[in-house]
Design a protein around this ligand. Structure first.
Ligand SMILES: NC(=O)c1ccc[n+]([C@@H]2O[C@H](COP(=O)([O-])OP(=O)(O)OC[C@H]3O[C@@H](n4cnc5c(N)ncnc54)[C@H](O)[C@@H]3O)[C@@H](O)[C@H]2O)c1
Ligand SMILES: [Zn+2]
Length: 362
């Protein structure tokens, strides 16, 4: 295989699959052929990514019959109606159970196309070709698929693992800076939850990552996918440990919701949420003030937002209670025991949580 490309495997028995990471994975003809024995492929992308990369992917899929579908861009289009459109195309073209859906784009396209693949004839194969950093390190791995409902984000969905993931760092060249940084917030998350060495490495390599150095990005994506793959292999359906991946997310979802999903990208909100989680962990005596300061410094080093003083603490507290990770009426949070060590717990003092929001928010 190409020396610029790394391979890792998600170990889920019969549903195990490879993730190829690096510059030029879109050119891996032999790996494509092994992953996609299908003769019929539905290539799903959007109006931003399609013009940039669909021709390259379609060429790699030759001589298969490849039907392309370009959806509108944006989270507001992550709907059942668009999944329906995909299903209509699959039916209209008489695709059989051995067909394959290929998702080319960020998490929005990947989640939707994966869900269409999960539904069509009770599940056909699908391949992820993630083109945002966030989707390369997070949404393309682990098999969560789905769409939004007017009643809430990701309310409709299914677990459906891809048969392979091709993360090509070359595609990140066209990604807007702000999206790159939002993806890096999720990368920092992996270091914080389980791997202090990786967190140290990220701190030391921030400049390289921000300037899109290929080797640095490949390492960051690989380590992130390894960590996610290991956690997913232990707890595919999020009955326990997988919830560690939600560090910063309960706070982050509250920030996104309080600002009507208009001014904070998801990754940005998660970044600020991780700082709030670190702050609360300190109030519980689990980490030191220097750890919290370091989390803040590293987020800032990556150009991420840490200031939530313009948001109302009362509003955030209110939003957090309706977060879907509420179990038996108590908000379970992912908190830090150290940098690189985290727990999912409902065992914390509410007064400390209120204090975190009072001090950090407006
Ligand atoms: N399934 C999961 O486990 C999981 C995990 C995390 C997030 N998600 C979901 O992922 C979605 C967010 O994903 P995202 O951050 O990738 O957002 P996105 O898919 O909306 O992509 C962000 C923007 O970047 C554009 N884009 C994508 N690739 C590009 C490229 N290479 N060059 C230029 N522009 C490019 C997109 O068209 C879009 O405008 C949310 O819907 C979220 O719920 C799912
Ligand atoms: Zn996230």
């Amino acid at each position: 295989m190409d020396p610029n490309v790394q391979r890792i495997d998600v170990n889920l028995g019969k549903r195990s699959y490879p993730i190829f990471i690096g510059a030029g994975t879109l050119r891996l003809r032999a790996e494509f052929d092994r992953a996609i024995p299908a003769r019929d492929v539905l290539l799903v992308t959007n109006t931003t990514v399609g013009p940039l990369y669909a021709a390259k992917v379609a060429a790699a899929l030759e001589p298969r019959r490849c039907i392309q579908l370009e959806l509108p861009d944006g989270e507001t289009h992550k709907t059942l109606a668009n999944v329906s459109r995909m299903l209509d195309v699959l039916v209209a073209n008489r695709f059989a159970r051995d067909a394959c859906v290929v998702a080319l784009g960020g998490g929005v396209v990947g989640d939707m196309a994966g869900f269409a693949a999960a539904c069509y004839q009770r599940g056909i194969a699908f391949v992820q070709i993630p083109t945002t950093l966030l989707s390369q390190v997070d949404s393309s791995v682990g098999g969560k698929t789905g769409v939004n409902h007017p009643g809430g984000k990701n309310l409709i969905g299914a677990f459906h693992q891809p048969v392979a993931v091709f993360a090509d760092t070359d595609t990140l060249a066209t990604l807007p800076d702000r999206e790159l940084r939002a993806g890096l917030a999720e990368v920092i998350k992996y270091g914080l939850i389980v791997d202090k060495g990786f967190f140290d490495w990220l701190e030391a390599n921030a400049a390289k990552l921000l300037s899109r150095d290929t080797a640095a990005l490949t390492h960051a994506i690989k380590r992130s996918c390894e960590i996610k793959a290991e956690i997913v292999a232990r707890d595919e359906h999020e009955r326990g440990d997988r919830a560690l991946l939600n560090l910063g997310h309960t706070f982050g979802h509250a920030i996104e919701s309080a600002t009507n999903y208009a001014t904070w990208l998801h990754g940005e909100a998660v970044g600020a949420g991780m700082l709030l989680a670190a702050d609360l962990s300190q109030r519980l005596g689990w980490v030191g003030a220097e750890d919290v300061a370091r989390v803040e410094r590293v987020l800032q080093l990556f150009g991420l937002r840490t200031d939530v003083s313009t948001l109302s603490g009362a509003t955030l507290a209110d939003k957090m209670k309706i977060d879907k990770k509420v179990a038996a009426g108590r908000i379970r949070l992912v908190l830090l025991k150290a940098i690189g060590k985290s727990v999912v717990t409902g065992d914390y003092d509410d007064a400390a949580l209120r204090e975190t929001l009072r001090v950090r928010c407006g």
